[in-house]
Design a protein around this ligand. Sequence first.
Ligand SMILES: [Zn+2]
Length: 333
Amino acid sequence: MNWPEFEQAQPLAAKVLTSSIQKNRVAHAYLFEGEHGTGKRAASMLVAQSLFCSDIQNHGVPCEQCSNCKRIKNGNHPDVHIVEPEGLSIKIDQIRSLRAEFNKTGLESKKKFYIIVDAEKMTISAANSLLKFLEEPHLQTTAILLTEQPQRILPTIISRCQIVSFKSLPTKVMTEKLIEMGIHPTKAPLLSAVTNQIQEALHLEQDDWFARARNIVLKLYEVLKQSPLYAMTALQSEWNGHFKERAQMEIGLDLLLFIYKDILYIQLGKEEQLIYPDQRKKFEADAFRISAGRLSEQMTAILEAKQMLHANINPQLLMEQLMLKLQEGASFV
Ligand SMILES: [Zn+2]
């Protein structure tokens, strides 16, 4: 995402940030809140770029060409730090080492910048440590906290941040926009289910990895209906090699979840909401066979597997267990 794309996707958030950058009144701490896929992380990187850019354009827009902009984009600028959950949480040691880092002066300038991803995952002690840090006035230090769940962040932290809300585009509107832009109507709903950013959707549409992911997931679902043993084989021959990293696994599990959602939509008579409209015939047959109760168990099992991804669990084992849970009882309904 570049700055013009950010302005287009999140006009309000972009306006707030542009105006404080232009007036040189950037807050010490921001809280970017909004649903998954609304571009919070990409926007926080753009703000970092506009603060460090050595060739700033009009309206505080970063050039994206200078060495500072490039290093920020590549994640190797010495004065820009990103803290992310390790396992299930952000731990006090992570905040402590951040504070230690910031007690040194800026390596290249006096400015320092840090981003805390999934800030609601800070442990209580980590949050309290961050709170002390926010209370100490550090000139030219900017913090951006990102969260999908602001209600889970300590109010004392929130009160020290300027809140910037990222709005999600309703799925239906997003799908319509994509179709207008030339995306095939059978593909647009899945893209809007995966991301809330037009640019990312357009990119995914061209992405071979994503196209294969979709096929692997649909095939796995078919095989799973026959036998869990076949599903295990499919995991080994295709899934494990394709969904290697955690972020990829998350997409894979989402794609699987959407199948069960579609079956539910059919049961509820909401066919217009189908995420895989081209699979409708097959799913209709399944919607007859599976009870609503069983369907909800299967969806819960997938959501639980997604949660477990963040704990240090062997992903292959996780998938094998999921296959058994999804299969279990399916032939008896
Ligand atoms: Zn620049």
